[in-house]
Design a binder for this molecule. Structure first.
Ligand SMILES: Nc1ncnc2c1ncn2[C@@H]1O[C@H](COP(=O)(O)OP(=O)(O)OP(=O)(O)O)[C@@H](O)[C@H]1O
Ligand SMILES: [Mg+2]
Length: 311
């Protein structure tokens, strides 16, 4: 199975750990960590930790873009980027040591021109093959039309590929209308896209059905510490993680998505896929920074995930 992750608005993630988050004071960082960021790259890194290769695609520009591309290559991840005139953004996380409190500030990112976007579509068309899996992640960059993901999903699926989408707002709503293979909103993203409150089990079921009625084939709504609801043709299953000490919640949804794709590639059933996704997300939450977990660590959590059918 060939897997491509596409990040249209990547960034270098700079995590500063401080003893305590305080406002209107100079904080001293006890630790600095750089991650070759972007949500699709998190998926590529998490897949790699599970022993699966993928190609990271998207836009990179300037010195930060160069660092990012080199960083991914250094990790042994294949890249196929479209170069842009603008400078790749830097996103800053201020994390409090010994707690799960953090502040994350994302730059808007460089504006993409029509030519740059056309170059990306050409690159995608040249790479897509029957049965290839495409993972589109994160916000749209300035300059990209709001239906850019919808167009990319259609481009991929017309050629026999399977498209997964993890984004928010109008980009998510438009993407759902072209029948992607999978979407992975979190609670807030699902509430915004469906207009429904996602709280009780009944409302989770209603939200999954809302996405399915829009044409989405598999719906994964991640519920933070409460786990994941996964709706497929088999029904809707709820997978709950064991109680753990979460150290980070940044990028855990991306690692969950990698877990889903990995398990699905192993031919797992819907309930197993949901449990592996949750296990990957929770194993990541137990680590520091944007952490990815190896198969052994994920398996240890998987053994303790509880699944139940909701519908
Ligand atoms: N506090 C926690 N304890 C245990 N597991 C957690 C916790 N928070 C998140 N997880 C795991 O991570 C998965 C994804 O979490 P969440 O729904 O918060 O994703 P997200 O909001 O998309 O995250 P991001 O976009 O930052 O990557 C959950 O389904 C769960 O498996
Ligand atoms: Mg997310």
């Amino acid at each position: 199975m060939q897997i491509f992750t596409v990040t249209l608005n990547p960034g270098l993630d700079r995590t500063l750990t401080v003893p305590e988050i305080r406002f209107s004071e100079v904080l001293r960082a006890a630790d600095l960590r750089l991650d070759w960021g972007g949500k699709g790259f998190n998926v590529s890194r998490a897949l790699q930790a599970l022993g699966v290769e993928s190609v990271a695609m998207g836009f990179v520009g300037g010195a930060t873009g160069e660092m990012l591309a080199q960083g991914l290559k250094g990790l042994g991840i294949e890249t196929d980027f479209v170069p842009i005139d603008g400078e790749t953004r830097t996103n800053t996380v201020i994390a409090e040591a010994g707690s799960d409190r953090y502040i994350k500030v994302n730059e808007a990112g460089p504006t993409i021109s029509a030519q740059e976007l056309a170059a990306l579509f050409a690159r995608v068309r040249s790479r897509v093959s029957d049965g290839s899996v495409w993972v589109f992640c994160g916000s749209l960059p300035p300059g990209a039309p709001v239906d850019a993901y919808a167009q990319l999903i259609a481009t991929v699926q017309e050629r026999g590929g399977l498209a997964c989408l993890d984004t928010s707002g109008e980009a998510l709503r438009r993407g759902c209308m072209v029948g992607p293979y999978l979407v992975k909103p979190n609670v807030e993203e699902a509430e915004e896209a469906t207009g429904l409150a996602v709280r009780s089990e009944a409302s989770i079921v209603a939200a999954v059905k809302h996405f399915q009625e829009a044409g989405v084939r598999n719906v994964a709504i991640s519920l933070g510490a409460d786990g994941l609801a996964l709706g497929s043709i088999e029904g809707i299953v709820l997978a709950k993680p064991p109680p753990v000490q979460a150290r980070t919640v940044v990028g855990v949804g991306d690692v969950l998505l990698a877990g889903l794709i990995w398990a699905w590639g192993q031919g797992a059933t819907t309930a197993e896929v949901a449990a592996w996704g949750v296990a990957a997300g929770t194993a990541s939450a137990m680590g520091e920074g944007v952490s990815v977990a190896a198969l052994d660590e994920v398996r240890a959590v998987y053994e303790r995930v509880h699944t139940a059918w909701l519908a």
